[in-house]
Design a protein around this ligand. Structure first.
Ligand SMILES: Cc1cc2nc3c(=O)[nH]c(=O)nc-3n(C[C@H](O)[C@H](O)[C@H](O)COP(=O)(O)OP(=O)(O)OC[C@H]3O[C@@H](n4cnc5c(N)ncnc54)[C@H](O)[C@@H]3O)c2cc1C
Length: 481
């Protein structure tokens, strides 16, 4: 068996692993990046990127349908599914081959195959029956996660899809039942609804998008309702039967047995880390039910082995995995880096989008703050009116005494992009005045963040001052000229 030696080896070339390899190389290390499938992992191949390509295309269908109101008359848009899939595949290819070029350009050796640990300082990589031993003083495990399966709905890629099949867009079924009203289910279910499927969501909890500000979620619910999507909360999917060509999903909705006929089922009830099969237990790496246990420098219970990204548990976010990969790489290179971020943003690409960062009002209160909030509706913002996307708001939560910004929720157009400014504000320790006094270009969507901070300070310009401590009855003034 051939043996190769490196300073450090990264296992898994997802958004956690591939930046880690680049960072290690930048810091002068001789690095190998081992990947058993395609560079880019879940995010680039069947997660973030292709799903956003489909969401953008589905939004375009919507825009075309709604264009007549703005005097643009065209026929009913038709979707060529094969062409759209080809476009999506092209997007993926461009980015995954870009990863290959980046690794090569940085001098990282990409090794194709499946890695298993044989000791704390060596792995075997197997491909097509051939094994290579790779030795190193440090390893970063970045092997990611996989969709959770539920009893009665084993993924078969035909009748029962996981996110992987749904993102591949094999077809647009006439009727789709989506089990799970979390972020991935909501994003993909909405794509299919916009492409013409009749979609029914089954969510076991009392709210879709659990954990997100219910005021923001209400806009998503309204949008789904308006496009004829059915959302059942407190609904437990029990199993399904095949009836002729169709499927009959059995569910308990609010305690009542119900059957929903459909053509395909998408199960999107969550993600789980997948550390199994790597031989980690054999070398003494501790694995908790939530994923591989790591410290603030991403070191596992075995000092030469680090772990980052989805394999260490949630939140299952691409940018979190990337940041962790960079930190682990720096630690291996002798730097004093550690997990020390203030703000971890989240983008939810529903309709409308949601962006979140920092604390909710309840979380702020639980941490001993007396929170104040400022909310500015897109319905009162010139730019939002001009682009005809007025549903939503920016809500800022701050500490009443100090005016330190603690959290921001945006629901509305480009919310996932708008949250970047709020993330910087939190990371820099900004106060309400810092944002309120910053000149924002007009007319732009980020003005809504500035306005929300002014509202929290009790100095709104483009809306009337909300009554003290009252949550409802906020009156938007006429739009900014
Ligand atoms: C449909 C969908 C949409 C999403 N959208 C978003 C989004 O908009 N924003 C966001 O932040 N997150 C999103 N996510 C989550 C995001 O994709 C993950 O958080 C991210 O991919 C985690 O990266 P990772 O590097 O930890 O793992 P992964 O991307 O899972 O990469 C792990 C890699 O390791 C490889 N591997 C595993 N075992 C071995 C082995 N033994 N040997 C060699 N290689 C191995 C795998 O083949 C894989 O390529 C989405 C996920 C899905 C499914």
């Amino acid at each position: 068996m051939a043996t190769k030696t490196f300073d450090a080896v990264v296992i898994g070339a997802g958004v956690g692993g591939y930046p880690a390899a680049i960072r290690l190389a930048q810091l002068g290390k001789k690095v190998a990046l081992v990947e058993k499938e395609t560079l880019g992992g879940v995010c680039l191949n069947w997660g973030c990127i292709p799903s956003k390509a489909l969401i953008a295309a589905a939004n375009l269908v919507d825009e075309i349908k709604g264009a007549a109101e703005r005097g643009i008359v065209s026929g009913e848009p038709k979707v060529d599914v094969a062409k759209l899939r080809e476009f999506k595949n092209g997007v993926v290819k461009k980015l995954t081959s870009g990863v290959g070029l980046l690794e090569k350009g940085n001098g990282v050796e990409v090794v194709k195959g499946t890695a298993t640990f044989v000791s704390a300082t060596a792995i075997d990589v197997e491909q097509n029956g051939e094994r290579t031993r790779i030795e190193a003083q440090a390893f970063i495990v970045a092997t990611g996660g996989r969709p959770v399966e539920i009893p009665g709905f084993a993924f078969d890629g035909k009748d029962v899809w996981s996110a992987k099949e749904a993102v591949d867009l094999p077809e647009v079924p006439k009727r789709l039942v989506c089990i799970g009203g979390g972020i991935i289910g909501m994003e993909l279910g909405t794509v299919y609804a916009k492409l013409g499927a009749q979609v029914t969501f089954l969510e076991a909890l009392p709210q879709i998008l659990t954990g997100v500000d219910p005021e923001a979620v209400r806009f998503v619910q309204k949008n789904l309702r308006q496009r004829g999507v059915t959302v059942h909360v407190n609904a437990k999917a029990k199993g399904f039967e095949k009836k002729g060509g169709a499927l009959a999903v059995k569910a308990e909705v609010d305690g009542k047995e119900t059957t929903i006929e459909c053509d395909k089922i998408l199960v999107a009830v969550g993600f789980r880390p997948s550390p199994e099969g790597l031989g980690l237990e054999k070398i003494g790496v501790k694995i908790a039910p939530k994923g591989i246990e790591v410290d603030a420098q991403y070191r596992t219970s075995v000092p030469s082995v680090f772990a980052i990204g989805d394999v260490t548990g949630g939140p299952f976010l691409a940018h979190k995995a990337s940041k962790e990969g960079e930190i682990a790489a720096e630690v291996i290179a002798g730097m004093k880096s550690a997990r020390d971020w203030v703000a971890m943003p989240g983008g939810i690409f529903t309709d409308p989008e949601i962006g979140t960062v920092g604390l909710s009002e309840e979380e702020a209160r639980a941490l001993g703050h007396d929170p104040i909030t400022g909310k500015f509706a897109f319905g009162a913002l010139g730019r939002a009116i001009a682009i005809d996307h007025t549903d939503g708001f920016v809500k800022v939560i701050a500490d009443r005494a100090s005016k330190l910004i603690l959290g921001v929720t945006v629901v509305g157009p480009e919310a996932a992009d708008l949250i970047a400014e709020a993330t910087l504000a939190l990371e820099m320790g900004a106060y309400l005045e810092d944002v309120a006094l910053t000149i924002h270009a007009h007319p732009t969507l980020p003005e809504a963040f500035m306005e929300a901070c002014k509202v929290a300070l009790g100095e709104p310009i483009h809306m009337l001052k909300p009554p003290e401590r009252k949550k409802k009855g906020e009156q938007a003034a006429p739009a900014r000229a």
